[in-house]
Design a protein around this ligand. Structure first.
Ligand code: SF4
Length: 211
């Protein structure tokens, strides 16, 4: 549970030495409570206080990594759900959704490679592909689609709740560290085992990413 500024203040040395950059220990505690400053900026915290505060101020959202090389992205680790509440710690990524049975699937995958431009000094390009399983394709059919998408070099997110289909897809792309977005109440044990064996992150419907 998040600590309030006053709770954090009680754990500070209360010497107002200003070494943390704040004029008082109280001001520092308020900033820590807002997530604006890390608790380690105070060099005089006791180990016990640090242990208590590190646990209490840890982000409720787990930080994950997906993709490899230049396409490796860090996601999550946030203390808020909406960007207007506070600047996100990890940058939001741009993904395009494509379905394995989409009529213009090939054209869409090709188009995703061409979106690449500069916007006020920031490179804007498709960073991830969200690959929908239609529910009707065979495991081999979906795996073939995933293999084709993987050739783009973009980070993949497999939107698939069918364990057999997900396994076939991971067999062809697990080395690129995709996200397997496919666990729900009916399949989470099998999906968790699959994701652990493949060494990839597992997305859970209606909950945080947990593996
Ligand atoms: S460095 Fe620590 S003791 Fe000094 S003012 Fe900041 S919080 Fe207080």
């Amino acid at each position: 549970m998040a600590l309030k500024g006053l709770d954090i203040f009680k754990l500070t040395p209360k010497t107002n030495c200003k070494e943390c950059g704040s004029p008082t220990c109280m001001a520092f505690a308020m900033k820590v409570a807002q997530g604006a400053v890390d608790i380690t900026k105070c060099p005089h915290m006791s180990d016990d206080a640090l242990a208590t505060l590190s646990e209490a101020t840890a982000p409720p959202m787990k930080t994950i990594k997906a993709g490899t090389g230049d396409a490796e992205y860090t996601l999550g680790g946030e203390t808020v759900l909406f960007r207007h509440e506070k600047t996100y710690v990890s940058k939001s990524r741009y993904a395009v959704s494509v379905s394995c049975c989409e009529e213009n699937m090939d054209a869409k995958l090709e188009a995703a490679k061409t979106v690449d431009y500069d916007r006020i000094g920031e490179r804007m390009h498709v960073e991830m592909l969200y690959l929908d399983y239609c529910g009707g394709c065979t495991p081999e059919g979906y795996a073939e689609f995933v293999k084709k998408a993987a050739e783009s070099g973009k980070t993949l997110v497999l939107n698939c709740t069918n364990v057999d289909v997900a396994k076939a897809a991971l067999d062809v792309c697990k080395d690129s560290k995709p996200i397997l977005d496919g666990a729900d109440a009916s399949n989470y044990e099998a999906m968790s085992k699959l994701a652990t064996e493949a060494g990839v992150v597992l997305g859970v419907r209606g909950a945080d990413i947990i593996v």
